[in-house]
Ligand binder design. Structure first.
Ligand code: MG
Length: 383
């Protein structure tokens, strides 16, 4: 159990948590954030992350990242940073493992399609959906809906939010109205997410043959790591070359983030977590040169990987599946499985009905969505 005296005074300290919506007796052998983490790991939405995509469709190959392996990588990177800054590792881990629970099938393609389908009913945003999963959708406890997580974990899950929506979310949305910040643990997990996906997308993209090492040599972060590796190990090729480069890139970003954030924290000298929240700017940040190098890497991936024709074909297919499912269910709710139909019967209004359908689709894994689509559209397929 993390001892409060080992943590920095500005860390999120277990005993100072703003608590849970429904009061519960304190855990016996765990702290509150460890309990949050354990609830997340035991949730149905967490298990489904295994069969949800990042960039590639789940069945394309077993070697690519899924949302589950991505979330574990984020947790690993985020915990290293938290530890180095004497922040709360348990809270960091809970946020990291929960941050993608609201993702639709087929990664960003699915999210865009569902958001488009929901445009007249309040829209769809995966980050908001992650909060909805832990607050509303998980069915685990007799006394309450959702997982009843601590305020700090919920706050960390909600990375961004438009003001209009934030005003309906109560305390957890307040910072988007006030312009304050979340805990340092939430701030660092957000950047650990970026470090993880940029680097594993380079790794997966190289492995899939969608990008080549030569394409990446124009990027400062990649070039520096590449030069170091070829100097140390001339003639190294294939998987080992890629891994030696990627691990150096991750290390470079993580070390820079720790060093720059330590400086920011030292300069701002927050006395506690409330001072962190009130600080004029986010204290967890990359140095300016590394921030720019990171932007360059993101831009490259957008141009070369996410728009590659093979990824694009998959994206369009995924969008078609999500849109077809939504349209069919909206037109004829009797096509929905009986548990979803009972949820529909319990509510009224078109927005609320669309939300139930959107929850059902967002909860699907890639393969379930593909199957469900064939059950509805393929006459040869048994319903
Ligand atoms: Mg993520």
């Amino acid at each position: 159990m993390a001892e409060p005296f080992l943590l920095a005074p500005y860390a999120a300290i277990d005993g100072q948590s703003r608590g849970r919506e429904h009061a519960e007796p304190p855990p016996c052998y765990r702290n509150e954030y460890q309990r949050d983490r354990d609830r997340i790991i035991h949730s149905a939405a967490f298990r489904r992350l295994e069969y949800k995509t990042q960039v590639f469709v789940n069945h394309e190959g077993d070697l690519y990242r899924t949302r589950l392996t991505h979330s574990l990588e984020v947790a690993q990177i985020a915990r290293s940073i938290a530890c180095a800054l004497r922040l709360n590792e348990d809270l960091t881990e809970a946020i990291a493992l929960a941050h993608d629970l609201g993702h639709t099938p087929f990664g960003h393609a699915g999210q865009e399609a569902l958001d488009h389908c929901m445009r007249d009913f309040g829209g769809f945003e995966h980050n908001l959906q992650s909060l909805r999963v832990v607050d509303e959708l998980e069915e685990k406890y007799a006394r309450f809906k959702g997982l009843n997580l601590t305020f700090e974990t919920r706050e960390g899950i909600l990375k961004h939010c438009p003001k209009a929506i934030a005003s309906k979310l109560g305390e957890v949305g307040q910072r988007f109205i006030d312009g304050t910040h979340p805990t340092l643990e939430a701030q660092l997990t957000n950047l650990a997410d970026e470090i993880a996906y940029n680097n594993h997308d380079v790794d997966d993209g190289l492995r899939a043959g969608l990008i080549e090492i030569e394409d990446l040599l124009g990027l400062q972060l990649f070039k520096e790591a590449y030069d170091e590796v070829v100097l140390l190990y001339p003639g190294l090729a294939g998987r080992r070359l890629i891994h030696e480069i990627i691990r150096r890139m991750i290390n470079r970003l993580v070390c820079d983030l720790i060093e720059q954030s330590s400086q920011n924290i030292a300069a701002a000298a927050p006395v506690d977590v409330e001072a962190v929240r009130r600080s004029p700017r986010a204290l967890i940040a990359f140095s300016e040169p590394i921030r720019q190098a990171n932007v360059e890497l993101k831009r490259f991936l957008r141009k070369k990987l996410y728009r590659h024709f093979r990824v694009r074909r998959m994206t369009v297919k995924a969008q078609r599946i999500v849109t077809d499912l939504f349209t069919s269910f909206m037109e004829d709710p009797l096509l929905l499985p009986s548990d979803v139909q009972s949820r529909l019967k319990a509510i009224s209004g078109k927005d609320a009905r669309a939300r139930v359908i959107s929850d059902y689709i967002a909860g699907m894994t890639d393969r379930f969505a593909i199957e469900e689509h064939s059950r509805l559209y393929d006459p040869q397929h048994r319903a």
